[in-house]
Ligand binder design. Structure first.
Ligand SMILES: *Cc1c(COP(=O)(O)O)cnc(C)c1O
Length: 323
């Protein structure tokens, strides 16, 4: 197996992020619940995309690219963080966002503008159409002597997923120092790369722990996540097979992707009040609410710690109403 530290990586975030016990939550559910604060990763409002971008943008730089194209929904955290990281690296960011132009600028669109990103909204039916538009614009730039790289939705490629293998490696050291045995790792799943990295990371550094992804859209993650994990394993030159039952997808989509779910709001409020931690209604609120419901119903096996990976997303609180 390769050492992750030997792969090309740009130090964009401030790592390690904090890892600690949620005292109030642990008391409420009678189970040790820890949080990995990847929302506090030192870039903008934080979030999981930075760990992926450390690897993806290192590759882009190595390839001689001066422009980064990416996509997502209109309020994409991934697009905003890509713009932030590209700006720091002196690269131009072109965001081709899937949605209708309303003229309104809230949440991440305010931030995209601050980072000087070029933003285009395309009211497309599918991301295939968006990728076509990205390729067309990239070819246009190439004719002017620029070189663009295309980062897909959520940065969820095998290389991007390696960022979350690295995250497990990081909190394994923190857990060992704190004498914590981990039974469960839970996180939101939007395009799959984070859960894939957590899964491969757990297989490498936390064998025995189970990874649960909480889907916030209807995509077939049972298939997507293991495929991305296998791709990441190929990059790291290691085996990707795990133990039976070490991975599960559950879902909390509600009325749809990026539609706040009224049932989640009390959990979002409770964590804000009790711990001063902000969750968003699109990803982390849906994942955390599902985790609490699993804790309430005693659905989590074993008696070791449960780790909730906080993946960021707070900008959504300034772009939409809670459910
Ligand atoms: C993108 C995102 C996720 C989902 O991560 P994927 O790797 O796309 O599955 C979770 N939480 C937040 C806040 C995100 O922006």
């Amino acid at each position: 197996m390769k050492n992750i530290s030997d792969l090309p990586r740009l130090p964009l975030g401030l790592y390690p992020t904090p890892f600690y016990k949620l005292e109030s939550v642990s008391k409420r559910y009678g189970r040790d619940v820890y949080i990995k604060r990847d929302d506090l990763c030192g870039v903008a409002l934080g979030g999981n995309k930075v760990r992926k971008l450390e690897f993806l943008l290192a590759q882009a730089k190595a390839d001689g690219c001066d422009t980064v194209f990416t996509t997502g929904g209109v309020q994409s955290n991934h697009a905003a963080l890509t713009a932030a990281c590209a700006a720091r690296l002196g690269m131009k960011a072109v965001l081709v966002l899937k949605g209708r132009e309303t003229g309104e600028r809230r949440g991440n669109l305010v931030l995209d503008d601050l980072y000087g990103a070029e933003v285009h909204m395309v009211d497309a039916e599918s991301y295939e159409e968006i990728y076509g538009e990205m390729r067309r614009r990239s070819a246009e730039l190439a004719a002017q002597g620029h070189k663009g790289c295309l980062i897909p939705l959520g940065g969820s490629t095998p290389l991007g997923s390696v960022g979350y293998v690295n995250c497990v490696r990081e909190f394994t050291v923190q857990a060992m120092a704190a004498g914590v045995r981990i039974d469960h790792i839970v996180s939101a799943t939007g395009s799959g790369g984070t859960t894939a990295g957590l899964l491969l990371g757990a297989r490498l550094f936390q064998p025995g722990a189970k990874v649960t992804g909480v889907a916030v859209s209807g995509d077939p993650f049972d298939k997507i996540v293991p495929e991305l994990a296998a791709g990441a394993a190929e990059i790291l030159d290691c085996a990707s097979a795990g133990n039976p039952g070490d991975f599960e997808m559950v879902e909390n989509v509600g009325a749809g992707y990026a539609v706040p779910n009224p049932q989640d709001t009390s959990y979002i409020r409770a964590l804000a009040w009790d711990e001063g931690i902000l969750l968003d209604p699109v990803y982390t609120g849906k994942a955390y609410s599902k985790l609490c419901q699993m804790l309430e119903s005693g659905n989590l096996s074993g008696d070791g710690a449960v780790v909730f990976v906080h993946t960021g997303g707070a900008a959504a609180l300034f772009a939409m109403d809670l459910g």
